[in-house]
Design a protein around this ligand. Structure first.
Ligand code: 5RP
Length: 228
């Protein structure tokens, strides 16, 4: 296993330690969350965890949760989650996040806002002084507005690049929407940028997340530390 994957797995296992039997949990998306899903499944199988129900943040996660034997529920049955475990693409020291590298930002944000505790699991490479140092901001757009929103993003000093899939076709989210990856350079004021993006009709959601009942579990070479 590559070092980065080992770190992802260590952060994921640490997060799973927070889960207790009977909890309702949010299931994030991505390669780091994969290790958490696998571990939750193992602990359910051994009986260490029981009566767990999860709400998946993507179709991929739904499939994996089923594979690992995690019982699923939805927001028609429960309105709060005890814990949500999710990854991130970039984290600053104030716990602002960029998410959406896996395209699941909309459902991830819905799950995030319903959790009493958000555990964000990352390897050390994701931590920055300021958001935007390493990643652009994913922006989910309804297909009708594909060309209508780009002048606004450019006005906000962003460079929107339409995300494509492995066949070089426009990538579609689970909602059938499109994604722009938008470099803004260093984002001095994430809150101001988020507010501007929120005002544009056609933009469904963006990947800037603000800390909310949040702990970020960071796996580094020799140690694990928690930003809170
Ligand atoms: C998906 C996400 C992921 O959590 C984020 O992209 C991190 O993914 P990975 O754990 O594979 O590095 O936001 O939309």
């Amino acid at each position: 296993m590559k070092l980065q994957d080992k770190l992802k797995k260590r952060a994921a296992l640490k997060a799973v330690d927070f889960i207790k039997s009977g909890m309702k949990i949010g299931l994030g998306t991505g390669s780091t969350v994969f290790y958490a899903l696998e571990e939750i499944g193992k602990r359910i199988k051994t009986g260490e965890l029981n009566n767990i129900e999860g709400i998946p943040s993507s179709d991929d996660t739904k499939r994996l949760a089923k594979k690992f034997g995690i019982k699923l529920t939805d927001f028609s049955k429960i309105s709060r989650l005890d814990i949500n475990i999710d990854g991130a693409d970039e984290v600053d020291k104030k716990l602002n996040l960029i998410k959406g590298g896996g395209g699941a930002l909309l459902r991830e944000k819905v799950v995030f806002q319903c959790a009493d505790l958000n555990l964000i699991i990352v390897d050390e490479s994701k931590v920055s002084e300021n958001l935007g140092e390493k990643w652009g901001v994913p922006v989910e757009v309804v297909p009708f507005a594909k060309d209508a929103v780009t002048p606004f993003i450019k006005k906000f000093k962003g460079s929107p690049v339409l995300r494509v899939d492995k066949n070089m076709k426009p990538a579609k989210t689970d909602q059938g929407n499109l994604l722009y990856d938008c470099k803004f350079g260093i984002i001095e004021n994430p809150s101001s940028l988020a507010k501007k993006l929120n005002t544009i009709a056609g933009i469904v959601e963006h990947g800037i997340f603000f800390p909310r009942n949040c702990k970020v579990i960071v796996a580094e070479n020799e140690k694990i530390f928690i930003l809170e």
